[in-house]
Design a protein around this ligand. Structure first.
Ligand code: C5P
Ligand code: MG
Length: 163
């Protein structure tokens, strides 16, 4: 028996990177001014876009971005995370779903990200073809428990596109 496709599917993604000096911090495609440290990564280290891409894939049980872009492959060094996200979104569309809304949480002790909330929401929304009001952006400190890393967690609701 084949079950009919679900009208909705939930995806969840995470990403974390170590922070170190001498590199930019970019979150959701937004460069963070006054960040003393940036993400140590094989790609551009945008933990928001990585976690969103993983959430999209997870919603359709399509694995994770590491399978499509192994960080052992030199061809992926410095890869623009927007490409990873666009490819993941293309897969979602091939499977006849589209993102309906996104909720993301960034855990970072410093700097304060509150003033950039709208910029990050707008940027992520634009990449996904969503309205700014369809991307919830929350920030948390780690209360000093993890001062040397940035962590992002994302849920996404996918809705089936008819036809
Ligand atoms: O994690 P905590 O409860 O201490 O966060 C308190 C407030 O600080 C929240 O309103 C959050 O939006 C903000 N915050 C921020 N930038 C961060 C971490 C938290 O603006 N890097
Ligand atoms: Mg990453």
């Amino acid at each position: 028996m084949t079950l009919p496709p679900l009208p909705y599917r939930i995806g969840y993604g995470e990403d974390a990177h170590r922070l170190a000096g001498g590199r930019p911090l970019v979150l959701g495609g937004v460069p963070i001014p006054h960040a003393e440290r940036g993400a140590v990564a094989h790609s551009d280290g945008d933990a928001v876009l990585h976690a969103v891409a993983d959430a999209l894939l997870s919603g359709l049980a399509l694995g994770d971005i590491g399978q499509y872009y192994p960080d052992t492959d030199p061809a992926h060094a410095g890869l623009d995370s927007r490409v990873i996200l666009e490819d993941s979104l293309a897969l979602v569309r091939e499977w006849k779903y589209r993102p309906a809304n996104v909720a993301l949480v960034v855990t970072l002790d410093r700097p304060r990200l509150g003033p950039l909330r709208a910029d990050i929401a707008r940027n992520v929304a634009a990449l996904l073809g969503l309205a700014e009001t369809e991307v919830g952006v929350s920030f948390k400190t780690s209360e000093g428990l993890a001062p040397d890393h940035v962590q992002v967690r994302v849920t996404v609701l996918l809705t089936r596109v008819e036809g």
